[in-house]
Design a protein around this ligand. Structure first.
Ligand code: TRP
Length: 450
């Protein structure tokens, strides 16, 4: 493994935040968050989610950035550089595998967004159109060749961005996509909130009913906060290694997670009011974006236009997150095996493509193949969100809190005093990492298991 390497860097704080936010804002915000809110009781769930993402998960993000910047590498190399131990480097390899598993199903859904974007461009969801969206969605995802074709298109685009490298590929596209995403989501949210009868949806989002919140919902909120902030998969470790010494990682972490959370709430405001305005069940689940919304668009004035905007947003958000996941795998391979970027993209891409085909087919012909009662797609989703990402995060916080320790942490976040940061702020973040985060992760996992 190469210990000294010349690294590509983000050009400054804006580049770093843009890359982090475009990784964080993805299907997790626009597709998953709204349906989880729908299934887990609306505003009460949102409050628990806010607590986890701002108080617990933002410090974990700081911990990941610290490991990456101090260790100067993607997870395997970063841990090796910081400890000199191959065992810890092995812990980094787990992150890489986590990203491979996430990408296997994430790219498939990315393919769905391409298909739905095309459908809307051909005005299938214009006002007054008649579609049986549940049947159409079912038929599409259970097919074999068609979903794989769309997933291939999606993967190809993300591979092109990754091939262009960190500054020219990831940073440049992120700086472009992030503001665009913001404008698009705001547009759709404004349309949705101004529909007649939208008030019920707004109340559902903002009026808490704690009776609907059970233990499982709390775990779901925690898992969702990790997933949405791209934690527990070595992503922020990798991006930390591209961060310059003079950038303030504590401030940038807070800016990134507040932006991500705001995107999730905005996405909820784009979807829930419209769903309520047309009297559709908000607890639809995973089909919310692909089954419920087409129904909503066909009933909405200018629905055709808004369907194009919405599915384009969904596609862009999915793409920029898939790119970031891909980068963790590629960067780790480049460093571990000293291979050129192009070769790493080809090998990793091949493996992810093969697993993705299995995930895609598990919606249809391979649907009877079940492990732990789940098809491969759901299994990968479940194992990554509820096991691997939580386990890796636990490792990250224990590492920073108990092995790297306070002085090294304070030295890194202040860049040896060059970055101005109130000392109490840095200490508060450190103590959350050292005590609160491991306790919260362990308690929640244990209460669910026991
Ligand atoms: N955060 C992304 C989303 O909300 C998904 C994602 C991208 C991710 N990169 C990640 C999740 C790294 C975990 C780790 O859709």
């Amino acid at each position: 493994m190469k210990r000294e390497n010349k690294r590509d860097h983000f050009s400054g704080s804006f580049g770093m935040i843009a890359a982090t936010v475009s990784s964080a804002v993805g299907l997790g915000n626009l597709w998953r968050f709204p349906y989880l809110v729908g299934q887990n009781g609306g505003a009460a769930f949102i409050i628990v989610y806010l607590f986890f993402s701002l108080i617990i998960c933002t410090p974990i993000m700081v911990a990941e950035f610290t490991i990456g910047r101090r260790g100067k590498g993607a997870p395997p190399l970063a841990f090796l550089n910081l400890t000199g131990s191959r065992k810890w480097a092995g812990a980094g390899v787990i992150s890489m595998l986590t990203c491979v598993l996430i990408l296997s199903f994430y790219n498939v859904v990315g393919g769905w967004t391409v298909k739905y974007f095309f459908n809307s461009v051909f005005l299938q969801y214009r006002e007054g159109a008649v579609v049986d969206s549940a049947a159409a969605f079912g038929q599409f995802v259970t097919g074999s060749a068609t979903p794989i074709m769309y997933f291939t298109i999606f993967m190809f685009i993300s591979a092109v961005i990754i091939l262009a490298g960190v500054t020219k590929g990831i940073e440049r596209t992120s700086k472009l996509m992030m503001p665009l995403l913001f404008v698009l989501v705001v547009l759709v949210a404004v349309r949705s909130i101004t529909l007649p009868g939208a008030g019920a949806g707004v109340r559902y989002m903002f009026k808490p009913d704690f009776s609907l919140l059970d233990r499982r919902a709390v775990l779901v909120a925690l898992g969702q906060a990790f997933f949405s902030l791209s934690l527990g998969a070595g992503l922020q470790i990798t991006y930390g290694s591209y961060t310059r010494r003079e950038d303030n990682i504590v401030r940038n972490s807070f800016v990134s997670s507040v932006s991500d959370t705001m995107f999730a709430i905005l996405a909820g405001c784009a979807i829930m009011p419209a769903v309520f305005a047309f009297g559709i069940n908000p607890g639809e689940g995973a089909g919310l974006a692909f089954v419920t919304l087409p129904q909503v668009f066909t009933q909405m004035p200018l629905g055709g236009l808004f369907s194009i905007l919405f599915f384009f947003t969904l596609f862009l958000a999915a793409l920029s997150s898939a790119v970031s996941l891909f980068e963790v795998v590629v960067a780790s391979m480049i460093e571990m095996w000293e291979m050129p970027r192009r070769k790493a993209v080809l090998i990793a891409g091949g493996i992810i493509f093969a697993l993705g085909c299995v995930c895609s087919l598990s919606q249809g012909v391979l649907g009877d193949f079940r492990i732990l009662g789940r098809n491969v797609f759901d299994l990968f989703d479940f194992v990554t969100s509820n096991v691997l990402m939580l386990a890796t995060s636990l490792l990250v916080v224990l590492f920073v809190g108990w092995k790297l320790k306070k002085d090294a942490f304070m030295d890194e976040i202040t860049s040896s005093g060059d970055v101005k940061l109130p000392r109490w702020g840095g200490l508060a973040v450190f103590y959350v990492i050292k005590y609160a985060a491991p306790i919260v992760i362990l308690t929640i996992v244990l209460t669910v298991i026991l």
